[in-house]
Write a protein that binds this ligand. Structure first.
Ligand code: NAD
Ligand code: ZN
Length: 353
């Protein structure tokens, strides 16, 4: 079973307190909630109450907030806490937090005693629409991000939109980049809906958020289900990421949030698609306008083109030295290509600096 099993994705307001949603996802044994130092003071007590109502003994493991916590050292730390508490194979781990907490908790669940159950309780928009769905788990190695990990599916995803109230604006908008991406690669109707409702989304209206999360999860799950282990199709999820990763790397990580770099990357991918006559100028304009209306950046820092090209070649999507691009052949339809004239790539980079 390589994770073909399907699992429920619940989303809505107030569901962090809904014991009935958690009950079917829990194994016989005790629960360990893994969270971070920002999320713990906000939502840990609510979740602990929900578990207590189910008579579930639970312990809490609070990691320092931040990407640095996604380390093998913390896998060792989590395993140590579980072993000290006498947790066996019938326990359930519960990831309460953003993508960092979700990725490390999922990987801990994959390897602790050769695999225990886990639940994703995402609290960032990025985690709700992207990292909690698809079964990729893992930690960073000093030599590379996400270089140690496993494909391992949760028992359930429980996304309470109320938790987004406390999310910093920049993090929220950054998560919307991946949302726009789903519309672009797979779902023209959803893209149009986003054009019409971006104000409600930015105001974090609960109904709009629920729609965004449901739609994004469905689009991602559909693509992943057709290609769980990344044979080919799943690569379209990387729209904007070849340019985006190069921007993140060229600026030394930290200047741009991931979603911000992806936003610039999507605008660049649209430009490249238009240069190659795959989309019309009017479509490129709509993409640019939606990214801009979301308050996401559309320009990359002015660095030598050769720097960006160098980082694109070392990106793991580069095969045999050739950079693989995800391009658009219309809004709602993506193509994977390895045959892009270098001059066009250079022109696109220069157009957005
Ligand atoms: P994150 O987990 O670091 O969360 C961002 C910040 O928001 C943190 O400071 C966190 O403490 C804080 N936070 C979380 N929830 C909050 C809330 N409700 N209110 C206030 N603050 C809150 O980052 P992220 O953007 O959620 O995730 C990024 C990680 O996800 C990266 O490590 C990336 O590699 C990974 N990722 C994984 C996948 C996948 O398929 N597994 C996909 C995309 C990204
Ligand atoms: Zn991404």
């Amino acid at each position: 079973d390589l994770g073909q099993r399907s699992y429920p994705i619940h989303t809505g307001t107030g569901i962090l307190a809904d014991s009935a949603l958690f009950a079917p996802a829990l194994s016989k044994g005790p629960v360990a909630v893994v969270t971070d130092s920002n999320v713990a003071p906000l939502y840990l007590e609510t979740l602990q109450k929900t578990l207590k109502a189910l008579d579930k003994p639970s312990l809490s493991i609070i990691l320092p907030a931040g990407e640095e916590s996604k380390s093998l050292d913390n896998i060792q730390e989590i395993a140590g806490r579980l072993l000290s508490a006498g947790y066996g194979r019938d326990c359930t781990l519960c990831a309460l937090g953003g993508g960092v907490v979700g990725d490390i908790t999922g990987f801990a669940a994959a390897v602790y005693q050769r695999g225990v159950a886990y639940i994703q309780v995402p609290t960032t928009l990025l985690a709700m629409v992207d990292s909690s769905v698809g079964g990729k788990t893992g930690v960073n190695h000093p030599l590379g991000k996400n270089m140690i990990g496993a494909f391992y599916q949760p028992q359930a995803v429980i996304a309470d939109t109320d938790t987004l109230d406390s999310l910093p604006e920049r993090e929220f908008r950054s998560g919307l980049a991946e949302v726009i991406k789903y519309g672009l690669i797979n779902d023209q109707g959803f893209f149009s809906w986003l054009e019409d409702h971006m104000d409600a989304v930015l105001a974090r209206e609960p109904d709009a958020l629920t729609k965004v999360i449901r739609h994004s999860c469905k689009d991602k799950a559909d693509i992943v289900a057709r290609d769980e282990l990344e044979g080919g199709l799943r690569a379209i999820l990387n729209l904007g990421h070849t340019f985006g990763h190069a921007i993140e790397a060229a600026t030394g990580y930290g200047q741009y949030l991931h979603g911000e770099a992806v936003a610039i990357g999507m605008v660049m991918a649209a430009d490249l698609s238009r240069r190659l006559d795959l989309i019309r100028e009017s479509e490129q304009d709509r993409i640019y306008a939606l990214v801009e209306a979301t308050g996401l950046p559309t320009l990359a820092p002015a660095l030598p083109v050769a720097d960006y090209l160098g980082f694109m070649r070392v990106d793991k999507k580069a095969e045999g030295g050739r950079v693989r691009f995800i391009l658009l052949r219309g809004i709602g339809s993506a193509v994977i290509t390895g045959e892009v004239p270098p001059a066009a790539i250079t022109q696109t980079l220069q157009a957005f600096m």
